[in-house]
Every structure is written in structure tokens, then in C-alpha cells.
Design a protein around this ligand. Structure first.
Ligand code: ZN
Length: 72
């Protein structure tokens, strides 16, 4: 069990597998393998499948307004 870092030469641009299908990424659609996978990923973003921080302004607003009402 010896580490041989010299054997593993990392290329300047490491080839990442396509996040969508795992195929080797293509240059024109990096880091995806094809424009199609790129579109699929973008579509996922737009449809909200990714965890996107959402502001809780509305909830806070309703809480503070009820508090203000009690005070008066
Ligand atoms: Zn792909």
C-alpha cells in the first residue's frame, strides 16, 4: 500500500464526467457531454429541483404585524 503520486499525473483540465449521464464531458458543452445534458441541467435549475435558499419574508411579516397589533 504505497502512494505513488508521481504515477498519477493530473492533466491541466481534468476530465469530469457529465453530471447528467456520467459520460465524458465534451469541450463545447463543458462540463456536460452534450448541449442536451446542459439543457436538462438548466431546466432542473429552473424547475426548482435544486435546493435554493428561499426568503422567509412573508412569514416574518405576518408575525411582526400581529405583534404590533397586540401592542396598541
Ligand atoms: Zn450527459
Amino acid at each position: 500500500m504505497t502512494n505513488k503520486p508521481a504515477d498519477i499525473v493530473t492533466p491541466l483540465r481534468a476530465r469530469k464526467p457529465c453530471p447528467e449521464c456520467g459520460k465524458p464531458s465534451a469541450r463545447e458543452s463543458y462540463p456536460f457531454c452534450s448541449p442536451r445534458c446542459k439543457a436538462v441541467d438548466l431546466n432542473r435549475w429552473l424547475s426548482g429541483s435544486y435546493a435554493i435558499p428561499v426568503r422567509d419574508d412573508e412569514e416574518e411579516d405576518s408575525t411582526s404585524s400581529s405583534e404590533a397589533g397586540e401592542r396598541s
